[in-house]
Design a protein around this ligand. Sequence first.
Ligand SMILES: *Cc1c(COP(=O)(O)O)cnc(C)c1O
Length: 427
Amino acid sequence: MKREYAKETVCIQAGWQPGKGEPRVLPIYQSTTFKYETSEQMGRLFDLEDSGYFYTRLQNPTNDCVASKICELEGGVAAMLTSSGQAANYYAVFNICEAGDHVVMSSCVYGGTFNLLAVTMKKMGIACTVVDPDADEETLAAAFRPNTKCVLAETLANPALVVLDIEKFARIAHANQVPLIVDNTFPTPILCNPIKWGADIVTHSTTKYMDGHAMCVGGAIVDSGNFDWSLYPDKFPGLTTPDESYHGIVYTEKFGKAAYITKATAQLMRDLGSIQSPQNAFLLNVGLETLHLRMPRHSENALAVAEYLKNHDKVAWVKYPGLKDDPYHELAAKYMPDGASGVVAFGLKGGRKAAEAMMDKLELAAIVTHVADARTCVLHPASHTHRQMTDEQLLEAGVAPDLIRFSVGIENAGDIIKDLEQAMSAV
Ligand SMILES: *Cc1c(COP(=O)(O)O)cnc(C)c1O
């Protein structure tokens, strides 16, 4: 957009900028391909000599409009959509890592991210050291190796609800000459902008609050443009030395601050193909238009639910960084001053069995493998999303076996609490 606007305006107006006589609403470019006049024009696109669309596996105008809106919301310089949050985190790391490299990762990340790094990328020859996000800087520094290429963590961990000290992680990453990649799915750019605090790359599962209506799986990667790859040419040869698959272009020389996203698009999308469908991007854009209205409401409702649970005699513990006595309240007040998002974690005195019995009685809150939706939903990570992890890994990830992940929607808070009340009384 021409001027700098507040987030509310960006949510509504950024991205698609129609010219005279063009559709007011973002069109779905439902086309795999794009037409050119001469063979030479098309050839130049393949050489990255001209910018333009040629095949939707790499880029699509609908997707790019939505990516640019997310980019503006996060305060980045370039962004791309991916087919899922998993693809976003995979690309974000793999864009700067190859076999023989190493990643430092917070122990409190989403189970899917943990498996991606600890199981699948390990098979690709990329090692990973898991660190306690609350460790002091000296302990964290010991995790780094000469072949470390990035640090990966979550702003507000799913489902541990550990708030990342972003500034501490940025300091430690930068002291070791590598970028900090932050998964900002739970706060969304409405509640936190990790780039402002020193993160270099921000990822999202847009499947969650950004879509907000449980319609489309998707992801996004935003580059702050702040990490200067060219200062460490030996560490990041993929960005700073000729790419033979594009006639020897050097991404940092040719694309400057857009080098990282351009490489991820030109190489990873070309070869791995995890593009978001333009249909899904269109629906994601509709979700983004109301993100600034939904996030405060999610936060407000979650705080009410957390306070209710805290005072319930059948509840053993509650975690919600918006609660004044939560161990992460101070960090939440710093990084998410306008609300701590919509997810509450708690355990019942009856443990795992009581958790399952209570969940079965819920009427409004649905048991679904989903979180961060307009509709209240609930999940028992130890039995569901984190089922593959050992008890030791669960505890390390901040996921107690009795943890109930309660994703508070934007219904009436009193109705959500009444539903909990009736389910709890039945246990
Ligand atoms: C859900 C989630 C992911 C994975 O996203 P998908 O869209 O399900 O692939 C990654 N990170 C976080 C924090 C998530 O909550």
